[in-house]
Design a protein around this ligand. Structure first.
Ligand SMILES: Nc1ncnc2c1ncn2[C@@H]1O[C@H](COP(=O)(O)OP(=O)(O)OP(=O)(O)O)[C@@H](O)[C@H]1O
Ligand SMILES: [Mg+2]
Length: 254
């Protein structure tokens, strides 16, 4: 059995409205192509996490329709969420955390170990498979989470500021790792970040959202290559400036 996920699914949000008791949190129209990486950027509290939670089926939508490959999003079971905080089982080793997800997918016990080791290899943790989470660094725990999420073979990865708590160097490593995992699996990725550079480094398209309720202000097609030195390209600086302006940062002020 291969550990490669199926190709990513198409995600469609048609006039999706998500409400809290005190009013709407999002009002959204967006189509994400199969295997596309879309980064969501917007002011704090605008409704980004709410949107991902709704797609994961953790939050009801009040109006409109969300679908994954044409199926209602809450029945498709194709989306998997990766959180910023660490959600590993602390009493299980890295390998057994991944095996747990394989068991949930119904993979028979004799096959789980080899698959888990393979997935941990894909995230660069071959030598740490038998470590408990508390013996791993923050970046390593985030890698285990990614391996565990991939074990479920999601067709859409929903990532809510997954690298927000990591130091700059580890964050860079995780960004590169995500690109390599994405090249292998071609999963559709919807990724929330506050970091414009991270958005430009990873995205096919950057979706800039308005203050709450989140609406699409602009969709920016990223012209920069997904390469380590992309930030040196003039197009990178230009698109960075364009997005910051859309987010309301006044670049003329210090
Ligand atoms: N359970 C809830 N009940 C009522 N209001 C909520 C609830 N959860 C979130 N909100 C509000 O809804 C808005 C959107 O929240 P959300 O967490 O989606 O924002 P966000 O864009 O992810 O913010 P951040 O960038 O700070 O993570 C916020 O104003 C928040 O206070
Ligand atoms: Mg959030």
């Amino acid at each position: 059995m291969s550990t490669a996920t199926e190709t990513g699914a198409k995600v469609e949000l048609r006039e999706v409205r998500i409400d809290y008791a005190d009013g709407p949190a999002a009002d959204l129209d967006l189509t994400v192509a199969p295997g596309e990486v879309v980064m969501l950027l917007g002011p704090s509290g605008c409704g980004k996490s709410t949107i991902l939670r709704a797609l994961a089926g953790l939050q009801p939508i009040a109006a409109g329709a969300a679908s994954v490959d044409g199926e209602p999003h809450d029945q498709s079971h194709k989306c998997a969420m990766v959180f910023q905080e660490d959600a590993l089982l602390p009493w299980r080793t890295a390998r057994r955390n991944v095996e747990f997800a394989l068991a949930m997918r119904g993979v028979p016990r004799p096959q789980r170990r080899a698959l888990a080791v393979d997935l941990l290899g894909q995230v660069g943790l071959t030598d740490f498979a038998e470590h408990l989470p508390r013996r791993l660094s923050g970046g390593m725990r985030q890698r285990v989470q990614l391996a565990r999420t991939l074990a479920a073979r999601p067709r859409v990865l929903l990532m809510d500021e997954p690298f927000g708590a990591l130091d700059a160097q580890t964050r860079l490593e995780m960004q590169r790792l995500l690109v390599s995992v994405w090249r292998r699996h071609r999963t559709t990725i919807m990724f929330v970040t506050h970091d414009v550079d991270e958005a430009l480094l990873l995205a096919d398209r950057v979706v800039v959202l308005s203050p709450r309720p989140a609406r699409v202000v602009r969709v920016v097609d990223v012209d920069c290559p997904r390469e380590p030195d992309a930030q040196l390209e003039p197009t990178f600086a230009r698109q960075r400036q364009e997005i910051l302006a859309l987010l309301g940062h006044d670049l003329t002020k210090p």
